[in-house]
Design a protein around this ligand. Structure first.
Ligand SMILES: [Zn+2]
Length: 90
């Protein structure tokens, strides 16, 4: 008796559809969206679901990194209210 390959939770976003006892057909459709990072409009084939926010993983990671950096910057700026000099990152 062989064990079927179990989909890893991390692979859930890979659009791998688990087919149970009955065959299930999932239709793909064209989704036009604007990437929240590079601000470009893309049309991609996607399975029905939430509209993607980023065109690829690179944008997603970069956006998240930027988001975190901005939040940290704001937090730091809020703490150092005495010094109100604009910090320039080179
Ligand atoms: Zn993008």
């Amino acid at each position: 008796m062989s064990t079927p390959p179990r989909p890893h939770p991390a692979d859930a976003r890979q659009q791998s559809i688990a087919v149970g006892p009955s065959t299930r057909t999932v239709f793909q459709r064209e989704v036009t969206f604007t990437c929240q990072f590079c601000d470009r409009t893309y049309t991609q084939i996607h399975f029905p679901g939430p509209t993607p926010q980023y065109c690829n993983d690179q944008c997603r990671v970069a956006a998240r990194r930027l988001h975190t950096a901005e939040r940290m910057r704001r937090l730091r700026a809020r703490r150092a209210t005495a010094t109100h000099a604009p910090t320039k990152v080179t």
